[in-house]
Design a protein around this ligand. Structure first.
Ligand SMILES: Nc1nc2c(ncn2[C@@H]2O[C@H](COP(=O)(O)OP(=O)(O)OP(=O)(O)O)[C@@H](O)[C@H]2O)c(=O)[nH]1
Ligand SMILES: [Mg+2]
Length: 303
């Protein structure tokens, strides 16, 4: 115990040693710092308390971060990830495309944790992930490696190569989003487009301020996934078409469609009627081996 310690300090120190939770320990430590003797003889003690306090705080911050990390992101069937330099407008794009409400700010390094939103487009639920910026300590390559589609958000042409350097996932499709076109006149935009075209990038010019390019972007995102959509209608419910299509890989069969609706369902199906790109005529009667195509409409018949 330091010489000439206040009784408040003595009590706080006692509380500190008796505390059985981190919260109580931290509270006692704060009291100790408040009442620690101010004379020169206690200098070492003051320093020691401050160090302990700092360590406590950083441990707590780490624990909190760890918990968040564990929560992770459950990848959905179609996932696109936004990556780019700070301030390029990734979070603004997430907000424009989805139901999410991410923090948006002009000061840089705003996004600290991945943010997720769902984009509903042509009956599909597409997961959009907004990442902290490249160069941020929170930037997460793991998510990029798992993504189906990578959306590279840039404000300047030269950023494209810098962002590309961060991508090791060679399997994912890439879409270059040149954002903030509201800042440029027609002529400049024409030049930007010409450059992007000459480099053969799958690209889009857009602005979250004017919504220029948003619809095209949605189309491009959906098109980037190697999927087909099959719409189903259930017998006896002719008037009711399920608005959410069944999502499958290209070249799937009707058996795959039935199994996706309900595991074991294909065993009950006797035949199906199909209308759409894979049918010779509307309502063609087919078996489970029939290979479906995007936007087919299927009606299953059991007994
Ligand atoms: N002029 C213009 N500004 C935009 C546009 N989109 C976003 N901004 C602005 O750019 C700044 C950064 O936007 P954010 O969406 O937070 O950018 P971010 O890429 O998520 O930034 P970090 O989280 O730091 O990586 C904000 O001030 C936005 O208002 C746009 O289309 N045009
Ligand atoms: Mg952000």
């Amino acid at each position: 115990m330091p010489i000439n310690a206040h009784p408040e300090y003595v009590n706080a120190e006692k509380e500190y040693h008796q505390a059985d939770t981190d919260v109580a320990r931290l509270k006692a430590l704060e009291l100790m710092i408040k009442h620690v003797p101010k004379h020169k003889g206690a200098e070492k003690l003051r320093k020691n308390l401050r160090t302990r306090y700092k360590k406590f705080k950083s441990d707590q911050a780490k624990a909190k971060k760890g918990k968040k990390g564990k929560k992770g992101i459950k990848k959905s069937e179609m996932q696109a990830v936004l990556i780019g330099m700070t301030n390029s407008g990734k979070s603004s794009i997430l907000k424009t495309l989805t139901n999410a409400h991410p923090s948006i700010a002009s000061y840089g390094f705003t996004t600290q944790n991945p943010e997720i939103g769902t984009m509903n487009y042509e009956g599909c639920d597409i997961q959009i992930v907004d990442l902290p910026p490249i160069a941020s300590e929170h930037f997460d390559k793991g998510i990029i490696n798992n993504a189906d589609t990578i959306l590279l958000v840039v404000e300047k042409i030269h950023e494209i190569e810098e962002v590309k350097k961060e991508i090791t996932n060679k399997r994912a499709k890439q879409i270059i989003i040149f954002n903030k076109t509201d800042l440029y006149d027609k002529n400049t935009k024409r030049k930007i487009t010409a450059t992007l075209k000459s480099k053969r990038y799958n690209h889009i010019l857009m602005s979250t301020f004017t919504n220029e390019g948003i619809e095209d972007l949605k189309k491009k995102i959906l098109k980037s996934f190697p999927i087909i959509r099959i719409y189903t209608r259930h017998p006896g419910k002719k008037e009711k078409l399920d608005d959410k299509p069944v999502i499958l890989k290209p070249h799937s069969t009707l058996r795959d469609v039935a199994e996706k609706i309900l595991h074991g369902y294909s065993k009950k199906v006797k035949y199906a009627k199909i209308t759409g790109p894979s049918s010779k005529f509307a309502g063609q009667k087919v078996g489970l081996k029939h290979v479906v195509k995007d936007k087919d409409l299927v009606e299953f018949f059991t007994e």
